[in-house]
Design a protein around this ligand. Sequence first.
Ligand SMILES: C[S@@+](CC[C@H](N)C(=O)[O-])C[C@H]1O[C@@H](n2cnc3c(N)ncnc32)[C@H](O)[C@@H]1O
Length: 262
Amino acid sequence: MPEHVAPSGPIGPGLPDANAAGAADRPGRGVVSFVRRGSRMNASQQRAMDDLAPRYLIDVPRADMSTSVAPGAWIDLAERFGREAPLAVEIGSGTGDSLVAMAGARPEMNVLAFEVYAPAVASTMGRLDRAGVRNVRLIAADGAEGLRELVGTARLTELWTLFPDPWPKKRHRKRRLIAPAFAGLVADRLADGGLWRLATDWTDYAEQMAEVLGASGLFINQYADRPGGWAPRGTRPLTRFERRGLSTGRAIRDLVWTRAPR
Ligand SMILES: C[S@@+](CC[C@H](N)C(=O)[O-])C[C@H]1O[C@@H](n2cnc3c(N)ncnc32)[C@H](O)[C@@H]1O
């Protein structure tokens, strides 16, 4: 079935085109953790795309969906980063609120970020450029598929899933990214002792995260001795999502777990 493509403005190389909202619900498609939105960009996003994509954006072979990563796709990441270095991946980098600061604070790492929403990818490139952060590459695709196809077993030093879409309605919870099958994939890709950093402002999702990681038996909570087992925020910046959560009285929860030795 051809993918429905909504009208959109010009987009850049390596970017998914617009998709109708709710397309992920169509029968025959796997459940995904994101809502499909248009890809229309404002002028500064389009400028960032035109000027900065060659530096930051990596295109990937697609399967049937424009946000997909084709099974068997492979990319020489060291070549794309211009060096071998420990790899961190962020899934759902949004407009880069966490990414720019966290990658900037870790110049010794290669940071690969996945974000399905093209205008957010463009904004992130602009922010990375203004901050002078050069150790990041972005892929406009589903990060769960990207992790599966592009990162080898035990090749990952850190995974960041910070403020993933909360899917607060009960009937939508199956869309949450942090679920047993995904945790199994992460456990395979993380090196022994590799870190998984998670954060959310939805208490129920934080509890689900802790349950999923704990039940897998494949991760160790680095802050098990703290109240609730929650981690300190550490150097993670105070993001827009966090501020919004705090302003409505929600508690922010951080989790830092490591891959148990194999
Ligand atoms: C609430 S924002 C979080 C932004 C960022 N992590 C931060 O800390 O500011 C969640 C983002 O995840 C993206 N997203 C959700 N599921 C995704 C997936 N499987 N792959 C890539 N991006 C995804 C959404 O498009 C959205 O921009």
